[in-house]
Design a protein around this ligand. Structure first.
Ligand code: CP
Length: 341
């Protein structure tokens, strides 16, 4: 039987997601609960992390589980993923074996693998995560590939704590400048989760070339239709910020220039003024501000915005711990539940 994975929040019902959020709040109140006593978790990091690694490791510890961190290419074998691949390059190991072997040792596997930023038609297939999900016989969690569903849960928890019901609240996802083209994962995820919870979502970006992948735009539009929310794209800063209840900042590379980043750079440089500052925030309905972190201060958002009482950046980061504990507990039955099966 295929285990239940957490690859995208789109695969989980809103009720299931809300149940995770509710459980996360109870784990915030009582952090040490032996829900995963004696369990083992593999955290496979192909890319760096501060929050994700710390919150998963500490979360596992607080529930009585042990987490092992593996970094392929750096202490663990470099890995191949393609079906039928002739492995005559640097990779010594295929995900087919890695996923099955880890499944024999562990109760859960979590994977972080960013895109390679050369060809979006390849990166959008999420080959690494899907290989683990296909071959593992235990649940797989997406710790950020081309989506960042754990961040979505932490974000919604912070928004609900501040705004209550999110239905019909105006939510602005704003593109911001960054000196490098970044992953679209958090932006894709923000669109999906905000529309899922019935928010009136505005995507603010400099021009059409920064609109996100059609798959996620389409999913977000469908989510909005189902939830009673809405989805609007604008390139007009004043229109976007007007009366907003929540502003979420993120930078990402233009899919139109994917792999041709030198050509994108002048356009990106010309839009540094998308920075979230006090002047823009003053147009809102006293909006809360957040960012997934890490964030470059005074590039993506000013110190005044990041340090303002309406900034949720630290709460959202803290919530990663609580929501991931709820998620791990939901995916891995407790020793008592397992004994009853
Ligand atoms: N937001 C987030 O995933 O942070 P890290 O990259 O530090 O894990």
């Amino acid at each position: 039987m295929t285990p239940k994975h957490f690859l995208s929040t789109q695969d989980w019902s809103v009720e299931e997601l809300q149940s995770l959020l509710d459980h996360a709040r109870s784990l915030r109140d009582v952090p040490h609960q032996p829900l995963l006593q004696g369990r083992t978790i593999a955290l496979v990091f192909f890319n760096p992390s501060l929050r994700t690694r710390a919150s998963f490791e500490i979360g596992a510890f607080q529930m009585g589980a042990h987490a092992v961190v593996l970094e392929p290419g750096k202490g663990a074998w470099e890995m191949a993923f393609g079906e039928g691949e002739v492995m005559d390059g640097a990779a010594e190991e295929h995900a087919k074996e890695a996923a099955r072997v880890l499944s024999r040792y562990c109760d859960l596997i979590a994977v972080r693998r960013f895109p390679l930023f050369q060809d979006w038609s390849i990166d959008r297939q999420d080959i690494v995560l899907n290989a683990f999900a296909r071959h593992a016989t235990v649940p797989v969690i997406n710790m950020e590939t081309i989506l960042h569903p754990c961040q979505e849960l932490a974000h919604v928890m912070a928004l609900q704590d501040q705004l209550g019901s999110l239905k019909k609240k105006k939510y602005v996802l704003t593109w911001t400048y960054h000196p490098r083209p970044l992953n679209t994962a958090v932006a894709n995820s923000a669109m999906l989760i905000a529309t899922r919870f019935g928010m009136d979502v505005t995507l603010l970006c400099p021009n059409e070339q920064y609109v996100l992948d059609e798959r996620y735009m389409s999913d977000a539009a469908n989510n909005a239709a189902d939830s009673g929310g809405s989805l609007n794209i604008t390139h007009d800063i004043e229109e976007a910020y007007a009366d907003a209840d929540a502003v979420y900042a993120k930078s990402w590379g233009s899919l139109a220039y994917y792999g041709h980043w030198d050509d994108e750079r002048p356009m990106r440089e010309a839009n540094r003024y998308f920075i979230v500052d006090e002047e823009k925030m003053s147009m809102t309905n006293n909006a809360v501000f957040s960012h997934c972190l890490p964030a470059r201060r005074n590039v993506k958002a000013t110190d005044a915005v990041m340090d303002s009482p309406r900034s949720l950046i630290i709460e959202e980061a803290e919530n990663r711990l609580h929501v991931q504990k709820a998620l791990m507990a939901a995916l891995v039955p407790s020793p008592i539940e397992a004994a009853l099966v």
